[in-house]
Ligand binder design. Structure first.
Ligand SMILES: *[C@@H]1O[C@H](CO)[C@@H](O)[C@H](O)[C@H]1NC(C)=O
Ligand SMILES: *[C@@H]1O[C@H](CO)[C@@H](O)[C@H](O)[C@H]1NC(C)=O
Ligand SMILES: *[C@@H]1O[C@H](CO)[C@@H](O)[C@H](O)[C@H]1NC(C)=O
Ligand SMILES: *[C@@H]1O[C@H](CO)[C@@H](O)[C@H](O)[C@H]1NC(C)=O
Ligand SMILES: *[C@@H]1O[C@H](CO)[C@@H](O)[C@H](O)[C@H]1NC(C)=O
Ligand SMILES: *[C@@H]1O[C@H](CO)[C@@H](O)[C@H](O)[C@H]1NC(C)=O
Ligand SMILES: CC(=O)N[C@H]1CO[C@H](CO)[C@@H](O)[C@@H]1O
Length: 447
C-alpha cells in the first residue's frame, strides 16, 4: 500500500496594485511528495554485488545525490552526478507508478554503461533532456570527483545521444573539441533542446574559470561557445545561501537554462527566447536564440554577446534549475525562500512572478524540474547545501520528488506559432517591486 506523503503550499495572489495589469492567477494544484529517500540505493545484479561495491567504496550511500529528472512516456530518469567518489551509476530510471515511496534505481542504459573509467560508458551526468522526437541528450562531463581534492578528467566531455524510440538504448557519443570545451575545467550543467534547423542544444558551462553557453548543432555536430562575463558569472551579492539553518558560500556561475516558445519577430522571422541565470545571482537574463545560432559571434570573443543580453530583473532568491512549459510559463526555485515559483513570460518579470509552493520542511533546495506527458510537473528537492558541506545524515529524508498537475507540457513541444503570437517581454523600465512572494498567503496541509 502506497503511503503518499503530504505537502503543500499555496498561493492565492492578492492583486496589490490595481494599476498594474496582472494576468489572472492560474489555479494550481498543491504539490505532493511522491518519492522520498534517506539514501539512494540501486537494483543490483546480486546481493553480493552490493556488498562488493560497499566493501570497495564504489558505493558510498551518503555520496549519491539526485540532481536531474526527465520523463519519456512512462519512464522517469534521474541523474546522479559523480561529484564525490562512491556513486555506482550516474544515470538511472525508476518506475513511474510508484509501489514504494523510496524505489531502488535501475542504472540506465545498464550497469556496464555506467562504469567509471570506461569511455564508452557514462562518467558524470548532471542533466539530460529528451526532445520531442524521443532522442535523449545526455551531458557527460567526463570528469569525476568535482567536489574532491583530485577531480579526474577520465574521458572527453561529450554529448551522448540515445534514440529511445528504438528501445535498443544504443549510445552515440559525440566528444566536444577541446578548443570549445576544456576537459579539465568545464562543468556541463544543464541544457535545452531546440528541434529546429538541424537540432540545437544550448548548454550551460558553469566552469569556474570560463563560464559560457555551448551551442551544439546536431546536423553537422559542430559546437561553439559564447561568453558574457557580466551575466554568466556569479555575483558577489549572491554567493551566500541560507537555508534550513545552514549557510553555504557557493560562487557558482551560469547554471539554470530555459527555452521559450516560438514567436515571430518584427522582420517576420521565427525566433525563440533563451533564459538563464548563474546559480549565485538574483537576476534572470534572456536573449534571442537566433543570436546564439550565429557562430561568428563566438569567434568575436567576449563582449560580442553583450548587446544581445537582456537583464529581465531580479528574483527574491537564487535559482538552481528551471523549466519552461510549452506556453511560455517558467517554473523555478527560490532557494533561500524554500519556494517554487512561476513566471508567465508574456507578463513583465518584475510583476509577473508568483509563488506556487512554499514550505520550509519539504522544499529544501529546488534542483530540477520536468514535465510528464499527462500535464504534471515534477520537482527534485535535494538539500544540496548538506551535500556540499559533507553533512548528509542518512537518518533524515535527503531527496524528494514533488508532483503537481498544471496541465502543461514541456517547452520541447513549444514549436507552435499559435502561442504566443507576440514576442515575450523584454526588460521594461518598471521599478522593481518587492517580489510578490512577500504578499502571498501560505497554507500547510497534511493529507
Ligand atoms: C572486504 O571484503 C574482504 C573479503 O571479503 C574482507 O577481508 C575485508 O575485510 C572487507 N573490507 C571491508 C572494509 O569491509
Ligand atoms: C588537461 O590536463 C592534462 C593533465 O594536466 C593536460 O595534459 C592537458 O593538456 C589539459 N588539457 C587542456 C585542454 O588543457
Ligand atoms: C530580440 O528579438 C525581439 C523581437 O524581434 C526584439 O524586439 C529584441 O530587440 C531582440 N532583443 C535583443 C536584445 O536584441
Ligand atoms: C552573424 O553575426 C555577424 C556579426 O558577428 C553578422 O555580421 C551577421 O549578419 C550575422 N548573421 C546572421 C545570419 O544573422
Ligand atoms: C528570500 O530569500 C532571500 C535570501 O536568498 C532573503 O533575503 C529574502 O528576505 C527572502 N524573502 C522572503 C519573502 O522570504
Ligand atoms: C499568461 O498571460 C497571458 C496574458 O498576458 C494569458 O493570456 C495566459 O493565459 C497566461 N498563461 C497562463 C498559463 O497563465
Ligand atoms: C534550523 C531548521 O530549520 N532545521 C530544520 C531542518 O530541516 C529538518 C528536516 O525537515 C527539520 O527537522 C529541522 O527543524
Amino acid at each position: 500500500m502506497l503511503a503518499l506523503v503530504f505537502l503543500a503550499a499555496v498561493a492565492a495572489a492578492a492583486v496589490q496594485n490595481e494599476s498594474l495589469p496582472r494576468p489572472p492567477a492560474p489555479r494550481r494544484e498543491q504539490f505532493r511528495v511522491i518519492y522520498e529517500w534517506n539514501a539512494i540505493d540501486f537494483e543490483w545484479k546480486s546481493p553480493e554485488d552490493r556488498k562488493t561495491y560497499l566493501n570497495t567504496s564504489r558505493y558510498i550511500p551518503q555520496n549519491v545525490l539526485i540532481s536531474g529528472i526527465n520523463f519519456y512516456q512512462d519512464d522517469l530518469f534521474l541523474t546522479m552526478p559523480r561529484m564525490l567518489d562512491g556513486v555506482p551509476a550516474t544515470l538511472a530510471t525508476i518506475p513511474v507508478q510508484p509501489v514504494d515511496t523510496a524505489p531502488k534505481l535501475r542504472p540506465f542504459p545498464s550497469w556496464d554503461q555506467n562504469a567509471v573509467g570506461d569511455c564508452n560508458a557514462l562518467q558524470f551526468v548532471q542533466n539530460i533532456e529528451i526532445d520531442k522526437n524521443g532522442i535523449m541528450w545526455i551531458l557527460d562531463n567526463g570528469r569525476v570527483g568535482t567536489l574532491t581534492q583530485n577531480p579526474d578528467a577520465k574521458c572527453p566531455p561529450s554529448l551522448v545521444l540515445i534514440d529511445l524510440k528504438t528501445g535498443k538504448n544504443e549510445m552515440e557519443r559525440i566528444p566536444f573539441p577541446t578548443d570549445v570545451v576544456n576537459p579539465n575545467t568545464t562543468y556541463l550543467n544543464d541544457l535545452v533542446i531546440d528541434n529546429r534547423d538541424g537540432d540545437y542544444a544550448y548548454i550551460t558551462d558553469n566552469s569556474a574559470v570560463d563560464p559560457g553557453i555551448i551551442v551544439f548543432r546536431r546536423s553537422d555536430k559542430k559546437s561553439w561557445k559564447v561568453r558574457d562575463t557580466q551575466s554568466m558569472s556569479s555575483a558577489a551579492e549572491a554567493t551566500f545561501f541560507r537555508i534550513n539553518g545552514t549557510t553555504v558560500n557557493l560562487p557558482v556561475n551560469i547554471d539554470g537554462i530555459a527555452l521559450g516558445p516560438q514567436y515571430r519577430n518584427e522582420d517576420g522571422k521565427v525566433d525563440r527566447k533563451l533564459y538563464y541565470c548563474p546559480l549565485s545571482s538574483f537576476h534572470l537574463y534572456g536573449l534571442n536564440v537566433s543570436v546564439l545560432q550565429n557562430e561568428t559571434l563566438a569567434q568575436k570573443g567576449d563582449g560580442a554577446l553583450r548587446p544581445h543580453v537582456v537583464d529581465l530583473g531580479t528574483k527574491a532568491s537564487q535559482t538552481d534549475g528551471m523549466k519552461m512549459d510549452a506556453s511560455g510559463v517558467l517554473f523555478y526555485g527560490l532557494i533561500g525562500n524554500n519556494t517554487i515559483a512561476e513566471w508567465n513570460t508574456t507578463v513583465d518579470f518584475h510583476i509577473g512572478q508568483r509563488t506556487i509552493a512554499r514550505d520550509p520542511n519539504y522544499i529544501q533546495w529546488v534542483d530540477r524540474f520536468s514535465f510528464d506527458s499527462k500535464g504534471n510537473v515534477y520537482v527534485v528537492i535535494n538539500r544540496l547545501y548538506n551535500f556540499v558541506k559533507n553533512q548528509v545524515s542518512l537518518n533524515e529524508v535527503n531527496y524528494r520528488i514533488l508532483k503537481s498537475h498544471t496541465g502543461s507540457k514541456s517547452y520541447v513541444f513549444g514549436e507552435d506559432l499559435s502561442e504566443p503570437s507576440v514576442a515575450p517581454q523584454s526588460a521594461a523600465a518598471v521599478p522593481a517591486l518587492a517580489s510578490s512572494l512577500a504578499l502571498l498567503a501560505l497554507a500547510h496541509l497534511l493529507a
